[in-house]
Design a protein around this ligand. Structure first.
Ligand code: MJT
Ligand code: ZN
Length: 260
């Protein structure tokens, strides 16, 4: 397959041709059914802790199928379902062409307009992201749902205000003001679901401990419009929208909850 994407001829249903693991037993995303989750007190005995640092000149880029911020500073997480310390590598988003769709994980079958992913790698066990990316305990990704409100999200505003400067594929800029990604997290990070899954894009490595927060962050319609104005290629190319993989079966996996 030339290049994978989200269109009819190269979308999620076709990925298995080049990436057989797409038919694997620990694929992501999944539909989160809270009543099917097992509340695990071990998750709260060792609370999830986030120690993010300000990023001096954060690089924001358009790789063509999402918008991505690359992190250089030492921002780490540990605890909860994680053994060891995981270092923030990048964050990116998935969004819809309309508010009724866009997230990858769903909640009781409901899609949110968008989903933010903060990608971390196991820096205790592996010396780089590249080494960790295909290991069963290599990665941890925060999944944060976005919902529409009449107020813009201040933390995301530093990014949505400059998305026009990375409108086309392979464009990148540095955010002038220092930026601490902690501003992207919901207020309550003690309520989350966690399960063993995969990257949601090729190569779909089954290497991710997913941590999906119950509390969404709130963004404005104008901020959603800014994401939908990003282009897949150069001037005149199609907008980046509906860059989400639909949910896969949970199968024999246990979905755990950090709360009742
Ligand atoms: N959607 S995703 O978080 O699975 C994901 C990654 C996950 C782990 C490691 C690297 C990843 C790179 C991605 C690049 C673009 C979109 C999703 C990506
Ligand atoms: Zn993602």
């Amino acid at each position: 397959m030339a290049t994978w994407g989200y269109g009819n001829d190269n979308g999620p249903a076709t990925w298995v041709k080049s990436f057989p693991v797409a038919a694997g037993t620990r694929q992501s995303p999944i539909d989160i059914v809270p009543t099917a989750a097992k509340c695990d007190t071990k998750l709260t005995e060792n609370p999830l802790t986030v120690n993010y640092s300000p990023e001096p000149a954060m690089e924001l880029c358009n790789p063509g199928l999402s918008v991505k911020a690359n992190i250089k500073s030492k921002s780490v997480i540990k605890g909860g379902p994680l053994e060891g310390e995981y270092k923030l590598e990048q964050f990116h988003l998935h969004w819809g062409s309309a508010d009724k769709q866009g997230s990858e994980h769903t909640l009781n079958g409901k899609m949110f307009p968008a989903e933010l992913h903060l990608v971390h790698y196991n820096a205790t066990k592996y010396s780089s992201f590249g080494e960790a990316v295909d290991k069963p305990d290599g990665l941890a990704v925060f999944g944060i749902f976005l919902k529409i409100s009449d107020k813009p999200h201040q933390g995301l505003k530093s990014l949505t205000d400059v998305l026009s400067e990375v409108q086309y594929k392979d464009k990148s800029i540095n955010i002038k003001q220092e930026y601490n990604p902690v501003c992207l997290l919901p207020d309550n990070i003690n309520k989350y679901w966690t399960y063993l899954g995969s990257l949601t894009t090729p190569p779909l490595c089954e290497s991710v401990t997913w941590i999906v927060f119950e509390e969404p962050i709130e963004v404005s319609e104008d901020q959603m419009k800014a994401f939908r104005a990003l282009c897949c290629g150069e001037c005149g190319s199609a907008p980046i929208v509906d860059n989400y993989r639909p949910p896969l079966p949970l199968g024999n996996r246990q979905l755990r909850a950090s709360f009742q």
